[in-house]
Design a protein around this ligand. Structure first.
Ligand code: HEC
Length: 151
């Protein structure tokens, strides 16, 4: 009985936590763009650069290495050359600019090859992927945090 009570209390906390979290996530269609930047965090939760690095490498998520050379990831054999090498990022881009670049690069350059990672309805996709963005809001924040570590 005691265990059950503890379980119920823990679940209550977990639910409260997830509700508070969900309330802060900005939906793709609600992202506010200002002068080619997205100043507001998509989640209000600080990005995790270690998680961001994994998303950058993951071929089913960021897959950034398909197009970008990233010196900081020497353990991965193949780095693409379609886009510029990603280094010295904080010297050239603010967090708000990076967020715009990831949410929807086409706002910066309509002809870009770079996918829009937090936008709905850009691809003709399989049923299971309809209504989903390539990256989640927190994925975007984590990738930004990682990009800002690239010296
Ligand atoms: C299909 C190819 C492709 C993929 C995948 C891709 N990019 Fe890009 N990216 C480009 C191209 C091309 C540019 C050059 C600018 C443009 O086209 O707008 C670019 C530009 C950039 C820039 C600006 C660089 C600068 O020096 O100004 C950043 C930052 C960037 N990409 C980050 C990423 C990250 C992070 C990912 C993965 C989440 C990613 N890109 C995935 C093609 C790609």
């Amino acid at each position: 009985m005691k265990t059950l009570k503890i379980f119920v209390a823990t679940m209550g906390f977990a639910l409260m936590g997830s509700t508070a979290y969900a309330a802060q996530v900005t939906a793709p269609n609600d992202v506010v763009i200002k002068d080619d930047t997205v100043p507001q965090s998509l989640t209000g939760v600080a990005g995790d650069p270690i998680r961001g690095r994994k998303i950058v490498i993951n071929r089913k998520k960021g897959n950034c290495l398909a197009c970008h050379d990233i010196k900081d990831i020497p353990e991965q054999p193949f780095h693409g050359q379609t886009g510029p090498a990603l280094e010295h990022i904080p010297e050239h881009h603010s967090v708000a600019e990076m967020r715009m670049r990831l949410v929807d690069s086409k706002m910066i350059n309509p002809a870009t090859m770079m996918p829009s990672f937090y936008k709905l309805g850009q691809y003709r996709v399989l049923k299971g992927f309809r209504g989903k963005t390539v990256l989640s809001a927190q994925d975007v924040e984590d990738v930004i945090a990682y990009m800002m570590t690239l010296k």
